[in-house]
Design a protein. Sequence first.
Lengths: 87, 732
Amino acid sequence: MRAPTLRTLETLPARTRAIVGAPAISSPVIARLLELGLTPGTPVEVVRRAPFGDPIEILLRGTRLCLRRADAAAFGVVEVDEGGALS
Amino acid sequence: MSAPVALLVGNPNSGKTSLFNGLTGLSAKVGNYPGITVEHREGRCDLGGGHRLTLLDLPGTYSLAPRSDDEAVAVRGVLGLLPDAPPADLILCVVDATALERNLYLVAQLRELPLPLVVCVTMTDTIEKDGRAFDAALLEKRLGVPVVATPAVRGGVVALRERLRALLADAKPRRHALNPPALPGLDDATVDGAGRAVAAALERAGRSWKGHERALGLLAASMCASGGIDKLGLPPDVAERAGVADAWRVVRAVTEARYQRVAGWAVDVIGAAAGEPRSARFTRRLDAIALHAVLGPVILVGVFLVLFQALFSWSTPMMDGIDLVMGWLGAHASALMPESLPLLRSLVVNGVVAGVGNVVVFVPQIAVLFLFLTILEDSGYLARAAFILDRLMAGIGLHGRAFVPLLSGFACAVPAIMATRTIESTKDRIVTILVTPFISCSARLPVYALMIATVFSTQPPIFGVIAPGALVMVGMYGLSVAAALVGAAVLKRTVLKSPTPPLLLELPPYRMPHAGQVLRAVLARVRIFLTEAGTIILAITVVLWALFTFPRDQDIAQTAEAARRAVEVTTAPGDARDAELASVDARAARLQVEQSIAGRLGHALEPALQPLGFDWKLGVGIIASFAAREVLVSTLGLVYGLGDASDENSPSLREAMRADRHQDGRPVYTPLTGLSLLVFFVFAMQCMSTLAAVKRETGGWRWPAFQLGAMSALAYLASLLVFQVGKLLGFS
């Protein structure tokens, strides 16, 4: 079994499932992301990056949410499953 | 006794507006909140058994900590802080069953306040189609407030009506709040202190929420973190005292605690699915194509090409039809009026009927644009378009949703400006409204075509192949796009300084748009345009008519009448006589225009226009083209004595303009003058209808006045630069 690696939501490739951690910085956007359900311990799945590279789409509590990579970088993640989410 | 008032709150895309439409039927009225661009929807609902309800549809929000002005209106409505709004007897919170946890977060916030809450769960039909059950009774037991399933089909609204009637008939709805979650390790005293400040402010607004300081303090902390506390219209000292020192930690803790509470509520409310639900699978598969790295942008371009084509081509036959009908009406009205009252006849035909025509002619484009926009929005595709375009639009500091208005601006700024409604941030919406008229609309085409035909078509091709006219045309479109983009970037850094709007975009599940809802949305836009912008357009048309009609010169009319009689005596009936009569009328019309107020204004403006290379005739044309840019062409026809039926393809107008000379014998229309005039028309706000639309969308005359001043100044300076630099470089 692999040890969980510490990364941020921004760097996750598409089709990766992970558990988000607490945001590292505070901003109105981050506050709203928390309120949209991106709270510590929540499982998310990075679905894809937009065709021009930014923003990213994540699957969160059954809803599809887009956020810019700059905002996603504030959230640390613990990876659960890479590449197998859609299998 | 006035009917009880219910507020409708809920997440965006939760089916709130459909529910509102279902409850209020045709009684809904759409307006604006005074001074802001946020829309106000109100309607009546007959619950049966003599019970009625006034329903107010608040803007969608994910949280009671507002980020945008729209959300702030929703929060102020809930807190009873909206001016002129009656206190709510019921608060209907709409919850989308397919995104249950996130929607219940708003319910969790509302439950911490003493509000008469009823939860309406939409999309339960989607859940059932997936083979799952929605247990409304279980959720009601857990929430402690009435929960009604209101699927879009099969009488969801009927069930809600019955429940509301029972609630109102029984007794006052309960207003008991849940205790806010406890937050161990945080300073409750600061939170309570902030809560007391908010409670005091609410007390002043007539709402006593004593004993709920903790909940209000937590709300204040969230608002500090979201930056929304300044948007509530609270007195500045309250906003300051409501500041929570450790707001950020409070917000993190309380958000987490609320989601724990929500998770407890949601357990087993929706039956477990065997594998991926059908509805989710459909959206996932469609997105794999629509958001594909290569196919996604291609499909996007295709969708917008169709929209654009529709706006340009499909509305043209309707607009031509309206022109025909208005012409027929004008002729009939003219025939009905006694000939002894030429002035009244002229007012009716050239003022009122023409004014109504000026208004109605926009309806096809508005209808077509909103038809497409509503379908794109309701189906869920518009959010996807914003997702794809965000990278590009963020580059100029605008939201992805500003793309549709800017693109529509190529057809017409009026529907385009009405389409800015989908942009969430007020500042970004106003920036988009301000720059959209720079985009070269279809009304500029006749002006471009006339000038190019007059001065550039005789020039030799560049490098032997490129027609100079084509180059100029491309140049004008390029200039207009550059003006809009640079204008947006400048405004975002100065007058409407704000950071690039953050992106927090939900991709809702794909849904089939409901034909009735789409039709309603289109009709609502058309009605708003006709009643609010239309009256202004009609009024300005009459004013312009007066400028071109007064003062009346009896001599001109008498001379023309004598000339007509002479022609009738000397020339036999037939084509030759008709031509001579038309020429007599055209001469009279030219003389009348020249000595009208507008003609005199044109002469008075000549010293100011000369540095741009324009003479008084163009001055008159510019005044007239305030009605609509293409009117420049027919007005030039008028002042060149060719009657008012000239269009940009009339050889006679082109020849007359080419033959026109200044007093010193220089030609009036040179390539340089032509270029100067074209540049003027790229920048100038020569369109009363656009101003009327801006007034309606921004809720006042401040922004249209700013726009008119800034664009006119820019147009003048740009033309001045072109003409003077051109002269220095040796062009004439």
